[in-house]
Design a protein. Structure first.
Length: 281
C-alpha cells in the first residue's frame, strides 16, 4: 500500500473541522427525549411551537394541538423537514370530548404518552369591574379548566408508560399579578396551585408536575395583545427589563425541555420563573 500525503491545513481550517466534529458529536448525543411521546397544547405558534420543535429535535414524537389547522400544519411540516417526528390534532381544551381525541392521537399514532405540556391559553384585558361573566368564564375555561381536563385524561395513559412529566405554562402574572388583567392573573395563579397539588397527588405514579412562569415574551400573542392595548407599557418596555430584552419563545422552550427530560427526575411541584428578572425590578 502506498503512503498518502495529507494536504496542509491552516489553523483556522483545523479549528473549523474540530468544531464541526464536536457539533456532530453533540447532535448524536443530544437526544434527551429519545423514545418519548409528547402532547403540546397550543403547539402551532409562539411558545408552543418552540417547545414542539425543540422536543422533536431532541428525539420525541410530538402531537401538536390547537384550534387552527393552518399554523399546526406549518409547524409539523417544519419539524418533519428538520428530521423530526410530529403530527397534529385540532382540539379545544375546554371540551372533554375534544381533549379525549388529543390523548388518543398520541396513543394511536405513537403508542402512548410520556410528556404533556399545557400551553394553550388566552389573555383578555380587564379589571373585575369591566370583566363581564362571559369574558371571565372564557379565560378561566381555557387557562385553568383546559389544563385540568388535559391532565385528567392524560394521567391514565402516562401511568401505563410507568410515569412521565407534565409541564404547565403559567405566567409571572400568576405569581405577582398584573394590573388590568384580573381574570388572566386569577387563572394563572390557579394553575400554579393546581401544579403543586397534582405534583403531590401523582408522585406515586412517577408523574412529575411542574410549572414555568414566563414574563414578557416576544410572541404573536404578545404582539397581538400590545396592538389591542392589552400589554402593560411598563412591563413591555425592554429597557426596563433587568436583562435588557424581552424573552423569546426559545428561552421558555429550553426550560420546558429540561423539566420534561430525565435530567429533572428529582424535581416536581416546582414553579420556575423565566422572566428576565422583571418581578425583581
Amino acid at each position: 500500500m502506498s503512503d498518502s500525503v495529507s494536504p496542509h491545513l491552516d489553523e483556522a481550517s483545523v479549528r473549523r473541522s474540530a468544531e464541526a466534529d464536536a457539533g456532530a458529536s453533540t447532535a448524536r448525543r443530544s437526544e434527551r427525549l429519545k423514545g418519548k411521546i409528547a402532547l403540546v397544547t397550543g403547539g402551532g405558534t409562539g411558545i408552543g411551537r418552540a417547545i414542539s420543535e425543540i422536543f422533536a429535535s431532541e428525539g420525541a414524537s410530538v402531537v401538536l394541538s390547537g384550534r387552527r389547522a393552518e399554523p399546526l400544519q406549518e409547524a409539523v411540516q417544519q419539524i418533519r423537514r428538520d428530521g423530526g417526528i410530529a403530527t397534529f390534532a385540532r382540539g379545544d381544551v375546554t371540551r372533554q370530548d375534544r381533549v379525549e381525541m388529543l390523548v388518543q392521537a398520541a396513543v394511536y399514532n405513537f403508542g402512548g404518552l410520556d410528556i404533556v405540556v399545557n400551553n394553550a391559553g388566552i389573555r383578555l384585558q380587564g379589571t373585575i369591574l369591566d370583566t363581564d361573566e362571559k369574558r371571565w368564564d372564557r379565560v378561566l375555561q381555557t387557562n385553568l379548566k383546559g389544563p385540568f381536563l388535559v391532565s385528567r385524561l392524560a394521567v391514565p395513559a402516562m401511568r401505563t408508560r410507568g410515569g412521565g412529566s407534565i409541564v404547565n405554562v403559567a405566567s409571572s402574572a400568576g405569581v405577582v399579578g398584573v394590573r388590568g388583567a384580573a381574570a388572566y392573573s386569577a387563572a394563572k395563579g390557579g394553575l400554579v396551585a393546581l401544579t403543586r397539588s397534582m405534583a403531590l397527588d401523582h408522585a406515586a405514579d412517577r408523574i412529575r408536575v411542574n410549572a414555568v412562569c414566563p414574563g414578557i415574551v416576544d410572541s404573536p400573542s404578545t404582539r397581538e395583545a400590545a396592538g389591542a392595548g392589552i400589554a402593560d407599557p411598563v412591563e413591555g418596555d425592554s429597557a426596563l427589563q433587568p436583562l435588557g430584552r424581552r424573552g423569546s419563545p426559545e428561552d421558555v422552550a429550553r426550560l420546558v425541555l429540561f423539566l420534561a427530560s430525565d435530567e429533572s427526575s428529582w424535581i416536581t411541584g416546582a414553579v420556575i420563573s423565566v422572566d428576565g428578572g422583571l418581578p425583581s425590578r
